[in-house]
Design a binder for this molecule. Structure first.
Ligand SMILES: [Zn+2]
Length: 86
C-alpha cells in the first residue's frame, strides 16, 4: 500500500468506515453529549459521519446510547439536532 496509514473509524449509524478526520467525534462531558472538535477529549467516544441522515435517523439515539453507554436526554437530542450537518 502506497498511502500512509490513517486511522479509520466507523459511523455508529451507517457503519461506513472513513478517515477519522471525516467523522465527528461525540463524547460525554459531565454526562452531556458534546462534540469533540479536537478529537482528544477523554472518555468514551462515538463517531458520526457527515451525512445529516445519520444524525437524525430514528436509530441514532439508540446507537449513540449503546456506543457511549449513556441514555440520551432530551437536551442531548436537541443538541444533536442543532449540530446536524447541513
Ligand atoms: Zn453515517
Amino acid at each position: 500500500m502506497a498511502s500512509k496509514h490513517r486511522p479509520q473509524r466507523s459511523c455508529v449509524v451507517c457503519r461506513e468506515k472513513k478517515d477519522k478526520r471525516m467523522l465527528t467525534r461525540l463524547v460525554l462531558a459531565n454526562e452531556k453529549l458534546r462534540i469533540d472538535a479536537t478529537g482528544k477529549m477523554n472518555g468514551r467516544g462515538a463517531y458520526l459521519c457527515g451525512n445529516p441522515g445519520c444524525w437524525t435517523s430514528p436509530a441514532t439515539g439508540a446507537q449513540l446510547a449503546r456506543a457511549l453507554r449513556h441514555e440520551l436526554s432530551d437536551g442531548d437530542r436537541n443538541y444533536l439536532r442543532q449540530m446536524t450537518p447541513s
